[in-house]
Write a protein that binds this ligand. Sequence first.
Ligand code: HXC
Ligand code: NAP
Length: 277
Amino acid sequence: MQQQFDFSGKVVFIAGGTSGINLGVAHGFAQAGAAVAVMSRSQDKVDAALAALKAHGGEVFGVAADVRDYAGTEAAFKAAQAALGKFDVLISGAAGNFPAPALGMSANAFKSVIDIDLLGTYHVLRAAFPLLKKPGASIVNISAPQAFIPMEFQMHVCAAKAGVDMCTRVAAMEWGAAGVRVNSVTPGPIEGTEGMKRLAPDQATRQLVTDSVPLGHFGTPDDIAQACLWLSSPLARYVTGVVLPVDGGWSLGGVSSSGAGMKQAFASGGKSATAKP
Ligand code: HXC
Ligand code: NAP
């Protein structure tokens, strides 16, 4: 990665930072000199992420917790603060997704995604706020195009991520006076991630997605890291409450299910047409 930012002496906490895009963001901050803490459910994934992040030479800390559990999330933040100090940057990116029609998921399946993505985001923001360095802290919520583009087979994620972006905007308003900026980054289709494996599981679907991106290719975790670094840097000191697509133009229209065959694409990743409520 070409590194243009200096986060030496800064502490960054990344909820859901042990794989995919969020781990890429963790690498970006670690490479920029930050001390980095990651948290997710799996202790094995936490350990593997820490082993990789240590290569940058800075301090790292990891803790296993589920963002659906407020007490566990709060304890994770306190442990990270005890190890590294208060947080200059908070990235909230824990999420779950699977393609399924509204009638093809149970009430519990819908709830699972709402609980991880939306309730989890609130838990992360709520538990972290007292431990942020104020003034000056930056929060970035990792959102998704589903927040503002309705997509078939994605009712749960559309509802959850729309809520995440509203959390961003309201927190930006409420916490601005404390000197805390809050923004969302909206990744487009990102190479090699669990999210795209689930939504575009075969080559034909990947091609449909690629063709629907104006820039004509998938993004990388590093593309998302660069946006998070910029938003959390002094260069963005007057930016708060924005939802920033980093998606090669995907959200401009090509992703629409009524357009370029995305309905067919996401349906191919789906499980069943109906499920018990
Ligand atoms: C229908 C499904 C399903 C599927 C699970 N369920 N997969 N229903 N179709 N494909 C149902 C289960 O049957 C169950 O309902 C309920 O969902 C909860 O499933 P569990 O496995 O018990 O839950 P849990 O262990 O908490 O797992 C949560 C999860 C899982 C979301 C279901 O997939 C997960 O842990 N995901 C994390 C990783 C991930 O999804 N990464 C991708 C993020 S990408 P019942 O009724 O049987 O109890 C993203 C956006 C990408 O967020 C955007 C790209 C543009
Ligand atoms: P991923 O690798 O599955 O990342 C999800 C991360 O969240 C993992 O570290 C996972 O680790 C953690 N996590 C999941 N549920 C959790 C919970 N309940 N509590 C704590 N941690 C939890 O998926 P990804 O595709 O890179 O997605 C990362 C983020 O980008 C998500 O917010 C997603 O919505 C967003 N996004 C992705 C794409 C894409 O192209 N992939 C596009 C748009 C938006 P554990 O399993 O150990 O918990």
